[in-house]
Design a protein around this ligand. Structure first.
Ligand SMILES: Nc1ncnc2c1ncn2[C@@H]1O[C@H](COP(=O)(O)OP(=O)(O)OP(=O)(O)O)[C@@H](O)[C@H]1O
Ligand SMILES: [Mg+2]
Length: 264
């Protein structure tokens, strides 16, 4: 049987907050599905986590763009990602006729992770150790579109927060996805407010070293490079500010293409 192409779309930043644009994105995803693509939508939701933290008087902390999660903050991460953002996206996609099924890394044991410090008693910021792709196959085979939030589980059953870009890397590598698209709140990787239309892994690392790429763009670009390394066909970074932008990104009119060759 011919292999069905897989597009993994990771959405985050302000793009994940705008309901009208999510509806437009849903229409584009459905059109891809109608052309016989499998879709896996992964989302972050840093803005919502920070809003919930703020209600508890907690200030977000980041190291190289990676949110630091103390054990007491893990329920807020679950609340924001596995709860509020995931359910809002599922509801919006479903009324646009996408058969969305929301789930997180903990569900069906999809993502196994460990604390980056090796000590989950103190730090729930994690990295993926292993993953099970089978639940996604079950959903696709039965006509569902998975909508995935990253919160994972460690070997002792504790909640671990995984950066959504890193979750997208792990899943796209496991599936050897045909394309991985990062939709954020910037129109691509920027250098002095100009879009870098094409990045190679070498230039990407240089731009991180020289401080052009900072904050949340660091895990995103490193995940993009990691995905290429693991055999993912093509990786794009862009935003979604108008209906049709996904098509624009995939056709190379918008955003940043990351690969080791040249622009197509
Ligand atoms: N060179 C750069 N080009 C573009 N954005 C950059 C650059 N350097 C730093 N950034 C920052 O990276 C941010 C994107 O990462 P961020 O983690 O905030 O969003 P996201 O990953 O899309 O969302 P989430 O973390 O909620 O999944 C941009 O909003 C911008 O502030
Ligand atoms: Mg991010």
């Amino acid at each position: 049987m011919a292999r069905i192409p897989l597009s993994i779309v990771k959405i985050g930043g302000k793009s994940a907050e705008n309901n009208e644009l999510i509806s437009a994105l849903a229409d584009e995803l459905r059109a891809l599905q109608d052309r016989c693509h499998r879709i896996l939508l992964i989302h972050g939701g840093g803005i919502t986590i920070s809003e919930i933290q703020d209600k508890y008087g907690i200030k977000p902390r980041f190291v190289d763009g990676l949110r630091q999660t103390a054990p007491a903050e893990m329920p807020m991460v679950d609340m924001a990602l596995s709860g509020a953002v995931n359910k809002r996206l599922v509801r919006l996609l479903r009324i646009r006729d996408l058969n969305a099924w929301g789930l997180c890394g903990a569900d069906a044991g999809i993502l196994k992770a460990e604390s980056v410090t090796g000590s989950a008693e103190k730090n729930r910021t994690g990295k993926v150790e292993s993953l099970d792709t089978h639940p996604f196959e079950i959903l696709w085979d039965n006509g569902y579109t998975p909508v995935f939030a990253p919160p994972a589980t460690d070997s002792l059953g504790r909640g671990i927060n995984i950066n959504a870009d890193e979750a997208a890397l792990s899943l796209s590598a496991a599936f050897k996805a045909d394309q991985l698209i990062f939709i954020s709140d910037v129109p691509g990787v920027l250098d002095d407010s100009r879009i870098i239309r094409h990045l190679t892994p070498e230039i990407a690392e240089e731009k991180i070293e020289s401080g052009v790429i900072t904050g949340g763009m660091i895990p995103k670009v490193r995940s993009a490079v990691g995905a290429l390394d693991k055999g993912v066909g093509a990786v794009f970074i862009g935003n979604y500010s108008n209906p049709g932008d996904l098509g624009g990104i995939l056709s190379g009119k918008l955003g940043t293409l990351i690969n080791s060759g040249g622009l197509k």
